[in-house]
Design a protein. Structure first.
Length: 143
């Protein structure tokens, strides 16, 4: 392979050391990431359906998250970027920072979501039960 000087339009020399095999491996890793993401999605859906008591819409929504993580950060895009010669450490650092911020920002929402999943799966209340929540008293009814 001949080394060529980077031109200003060459993205600061990023494409200078790139050959066809790097591009082929990058595309193969993206395809493998998508296929693995689909497998993870189906596996998560099957596991959640075994739990029972969850609506099909809830199962689809929950199973979507691991699929996207596998595709974007795992095998798919993350490895493809490494094959193309970009440093992967800044990408991983950014992903960790975004995950921590999202986790802190969505903590209250995730607690309520988890509580809703527990209520749907365990069904601790029956129609006609009297419940008291946060100072309010009411009767459970079917809608």
């Amino acid at each position: 392979m001949l080394a060529t000087a980077a031109t200003p339009s060459d993205a600061a020399g990023f494409f200078a050391g790139l050959d066809q095999w790097n591009v082929v491996f990058a595309l193969a890793s993206v395809i493998a990431g998508v296929l693995l993401g689909i497998a993870v999605h189906r596996g998560t859906e099957n596991l959640l359906r075994r739990l029972g008591g969850l609506s099909p819409d809830l199962v689809r929504r929950v199973a979507r998250s691991p699929r996207l993580v596998v595709i974007l950060l795992g095998v798919g895009v993350g490895v493809a970027i490494a094959f193309l010669g970009a440093p992967i450490q800044p990408v991983l650092a950014l992903a960790i920072i975004v995950a921590v911020i999202a986790g802190l920002a969505l903590r209250g929402i995730s607690e309520n979501f988890s509580a809703g999943v527990v209520l749907q799966t365990r069904r601790p209340f029956k129609v006609g039960d009297v419940v008291e929540v946060a100072g309010f008293t009411g009767v459970v009814r079917a809608d």
